[in-house]
Design a binder for this molecule. Structure first.
Ligand SMILES: *Cc1c(COP(=O)(O)O)cnc(C)c1O
Length: 314
């Protein structure tokens, strides 16, 4: 398991690369929910999502060990993060993406000088290809969540929240593969266990909730939720035990609730977030957290949306 010391170390390692993102608030959502609502603004993070934290922590490590080439299998925020940090550290990166990836995502990866390789349409096809590419070229495959350095990097979000808002009661976190929440859980539960941490999944991508209920990792078929960062079909073997040990609750939200939350944040708070972030806001907005009169922080995990498709989203 990842330790609080590894997260503190990660914070130093990534300090020169990442932004300490602000905490926002909303009087309107506070009134609506009966809590004091705050938002950790990782949509304003470098590359547009928290993924740069874990990616920086691990890529800096492998470069120190002599690696000159990294690969990843992601058309989304992890792919952007890995190509960004590889470029910054002066090494090459190839990102394996699906045949049907959107132009805006390909453009973002290429803007950071990442090389693109297209492969299949499912992660089951992409992942082995990215591992193989790394092996063939004496490089390192960078996993999206199931790695101690990734988890420690994502956990720095938790350390920042505790420092920026010392009377926080509840932290609400989106769950995909579980890297973000397991890092935040470690940071928070090993320093201030009285703070509640609640995970949120789309109803159709509730693999972590099902696994928690069953007491072991349960897989589900790949889903089509608009929260494309949360489509993973099962929690990680490293992240799941941390979630099992520490999480206070996991709740789910519908596609319509995700859309309404995204719309609210855009219209009222003037912040552009992606559907994967909106799940946390939706959980608060639609009364799923079961708390009142508390200081609640929703993690706005990223803001990368194809603006041409924004109309369809809201
Ligand atoms: C990756 C991602 C998540 C989920 O993070 P995990 O570590 O896979 O649980 C949530 N939101 C955004 C914006 C992401 O990119």
């Amino acid at each position: 398991m990842v330790t609080i010391d590894e997260i503190r170390e990660a914070r130093e390692t990534i300090a020169d690369t990442i932004n300490e993102t602000p905490i926002l608030s909303s009087a309107q959502l506070s009134k609506l929910t009966g809590n004091r609502m705050f938002f950790k603004g990782e949509h304003m993070q470098r590359t547009g999502a928290f993924k740069i934290r874990g990616a920086t922590n691990i890529v800096k490590h492998v470069v120190k060990k002599g690696a000159a080439f990294v690969t990843a299998a992601s058309s989304g925020n992890h792919g952007q993060a890995v190509s960004y940090i590889a470029d910054k550290l002066g090494i090459a990166a190839t990102i394996v993406i699906p045949e049907d990836a959107t132009v805006s995502k390909v453009n973002a990866i290429q803007a950071y000088n990442g090389k693109i390789e297209k492969c299949g349409t499912t992660s089951a096809e992409r992942l082995p290809r990215a591992e193989e590419l790394a092996k063939e070229n004496n490089g390192i495959y960078i996993p999206p969540y199931d790695d101690p350095r990734i988890i420690a990097g994502q956990g720095t979000v938790g350390l920042e929240i505790l420092q920026q808002l010392d009377d926080v009661d509840v932290v609400v976190v989106p769950i995909g593969g579980g890297g973000l929440i397991s890092g935040i859980l470690t940071a928070i539960k090993e320093t201030k266990p009285s703070v509640k941490v609640i995970g949120v999944e789309p109803e159709s991508a509730n693999d972590t909730l099902l696994s928690l209920q069953k007491g072991e990792i349960v897989g589900i078929p790949e889903t089509k939720t608009i929260a494309d960062g949360l489509r993973t079909s099962e929690p990680g073997t490293m992240t799941f035990p941390i979630v099992q040990k520490y999480v206070d609750d996991i709740v789910t939200v519908s596609e319509d609730e995700i859309r309404q939350a995204l719309f609210f944040v855009l219209e009222r708070m003037k912040q552009l977030i992606e559907p994967s972030s909106a799940v946390a806001v939706a959980a608060a907005m639609f009364g799923k957290l079961g708390v009142k009169d508390k200081n609640v922080v929703c993690v706005l995990s990223g803001g990368n949306v194809d603006v041409r498709k924004l109309g369809e989203l809201v």
